[in-house]
Design a binder for this molecule. Structure first.
Ligand code: CTP
Ligand code: ZN
Length: 151
């Protein structure tokens, strides 16, 4: 896309999450715990035409880098996403997300009887499958609603 066509300004520093499937940007923001009340400067573009993806979303979060746990969960809803780290307007690092085999301690099991939701020192653990993520302890399957179960 040429500069004339840029829909959202470039950022000076922060993280650009690019190649998010069209319509998933708000889920990415939920994963990052961003609802606007924290005062972060965030730009979002949704359903931007993309040669590779048809339509894609882009999320730009200024002055923030993402944790590996956050990137792991983003990979579950945006398997093709690229995480671009920007400093002084340059992309200094670009990484494709990698779907992890499991996610530990990030998601909360919705099953009230699951051992991970009792007052036990047991961290949540979900196995990553193609159809979603499954609780290792009680087999509960989370599908598209993964973002609603961030711990
Ligand atoms: N970007 C930004 N601010 C900057 C630099 C880049 O918002 N100062 C954004 C770009 O708009 C783009 C993403 O970060 O959405 C990646 O930038 P870049 O690597 O320059 O773009 P491409 O080469 O098109 O990326 P890719 O090859 O990953 O598609
Ligand atoms: Zn469980």
């Amino acid at each position: 896309m040429s500069d004339q066509e840029l829909r959202v300004s470039k950022i000076r520093s922060g993280t650009v999450i690019d190649h998010v499937p069209g319509g998933q940007a708000l889920r990415v923001l939920a994963i990052l715990g961003i609802d606007g009340t924290g005062g972060e400067t965030v730009s979002v573009a949704m359903n931007v035409p993309s040669d590779a993806m048809g339509a894609k979303d882009i999320v730009k979060v200024e002055d923030r880098e993402l944790s590996q746990a956050e990137v792991d969960v983003i990979s579950l809803i945006a398997p093709e996403a690229t995480i671009n780290i920007v400093r002084d307007f340059d992309v200094i690092e670009k990484n494709r997300v990698v779907r992890p085999d499991s996610v530990v301690g990030v998601l909360q099991c919705p099953n009230a009887n699951c051992i991970t939701t009792e007052r036990e020192p047991v961290q949540s653990e979900f196995t990553v499958l193609s159809e979603g993520v499954r609780c290792v302890y009680c087999d509960t399957l989370l599908r598209e609603d993964i973002a609603e179960h961030i711990g």
